[in-house]
Ligand binder design. Structure first.
Ligand code: TXA
Ligand code: MG
Length: 346
């Protein structure tokens, strides 16, 4: 299969891509979080192709993407008042809401679960394509299962070239980590996967916000099946250090003195400054992924940096983590997995 790349400047591209999607093809779509691998969310055979292209475990459900709130009603049993409040507050945007599914939604979309995950992306061109397709679009992140999610069309092509019909390239994704996934109860939400919409943002809309106990205790079965799999893993082994800039700089120096081969450093501007000329060694590849004062920038560059380390072919990655608050919860959730839980608090 030849994978074609379209941009919004290609005449009639939304019509063409909408048509491919409606008729069972696979199209990678840009969103504000990461690129998604889209298929018709009402067509089990089309969704089967997603699992094959990604090598995804079949019990891991898909998020259905809709162009607006009106498209939700046919897909669920009921839109509760809490769900409505969340949609009003955060849609379009990086919040995925699970609700009891209607009979219209195939179990292929939900991995056999009774709830369906729904999201209206805060990306205008994406919503225009969803509108054009006229069906809900099932879209997991457009990576081979287990690898970092792509935040650019080049990243999608790297994993999916020849496996999918087309990519709609609309440049780099604004946020860079996936949406927050929540289960909605009565004036209550449970965060199943942390993301761009933080716990304190949710608290402004619903009275009770908690995390799935699997996330807080590391025990039991996660309510979002995807949370149990190995994820976001770069090719090299990775260690993440959490502490202040001096502590992290010292830990990195110590790590470097014990490790052989090429080392990738994923650090903030501040730690780079502290390490200074120490970094002037050929075997060290340093990627600055933002400033500690601006964790949003760190989220934005995280996956792209991990993919760059794959291209550079480093043997080890020493990374700087962040405090687990605000979007830092989502960043650390992903870094924990990228480093195979090798996170050291200094
Ligand atoms: O930002 C995003 O959410 C991106 C873009 C493309 O929209 N999509 C994405 O999809 O991250 P995916 O498939 O890589 O991750 C979806 C997560 C998985 O952890 C999955 O288990 C969980 O959401 N999920 C999906 N449907 C669910 C359901 N019905 N109940 C519980 N968890 C669900
Ligand atoms: Mg994913």
């Amino acid at each position: 299969m030849k994978t074609r790349i379209y941009t919004k400047n290609d005449q009639g591209c939304l019509e063409k891509l909408g048509n491919i999607l409606r008729h069972g093809g696979l199209v990678a779509i840009p969103t504000e979080t990461v690129y998604g691998l889209g298929a018709n969310g009402l067509d089990p055979e089309a969704m089967d192709k997603i699992y094959t292209a990604k090598g995804r475990p079949s019990d891991n459900p898909l998020i259905l993407h809709v162009p607006n709130q009106d498209a939700v009603a046919p897909l669920v049993k009921e839109i509760t008042s809490t769900a409505k409040k969340l949609m009003d507050a955060f849609w379009p945007g990086p919040l995925t809401i699970t609700l009891p599914k209607s009979d219209l939604v195939p179990y292929r979309a939900t991995g056999g679960l009774e709830r369906v995950a729904l999201r209206c992306p805060g990306h205008e061109l994406c919503r225009a394509l969803l509108e054009e397709a006229g069906v809900p679009i099932a879209a997991p992140s457009a990576n081979i299962s287990g690898r970092p999610s792509p935040t650019s069309a080049q990243g999608v092509l790297h994993d999916m070239d020849g496996r999918i019909d087309a990519i709609l390239d609309d440049g780099p994704c604004q946020i860079g980590v996936e949406s927050t996934v929540v289960e909605v109860g009565d004036d209550e939400v449970i965060i199943l996967r942390p993301g761009g919409i933080t716990d304190s943002m949710l608290e402004q809309v619903v009275s009770k916000v908690s995390y799935d106990s699997h996330m807080t205790s590391g025990q039991g079965v996660p309510k979002a099946p995807g949370m149990k799999y190995k994820h976001y893993a770069p090719d090299a082994d990775m260690v993440t250090y959490v502490g202040n800039r001096e502590q992290v700089a010292a830990a990195i120096q110590d790590g470097l003195s014990h490790l052989e081969g090429n080392i990738g450093l994923l650090i903030s501007e501040e730690v780079k400054e502290t390490l200074g000329t120490y970094l002037d060694q050929d075997r060290i590849k340093t990627l600055v992924y933002g400033s500690m004062d601006n964790p949003v920038s760190l989220a934005h560059n995280l996956y792209a940096s991990l993919l760059t380390f794959n291209e550079l072919g480093v043997d080890h990655i020493l990374a700087q983590g962040v405090p687990s608050k605000g979007i830092g919860v989502a960043i650390m959730n992903r870094m924990e997995k990228s480093s195979g839980h090798h996170v050291i608090t200094l």
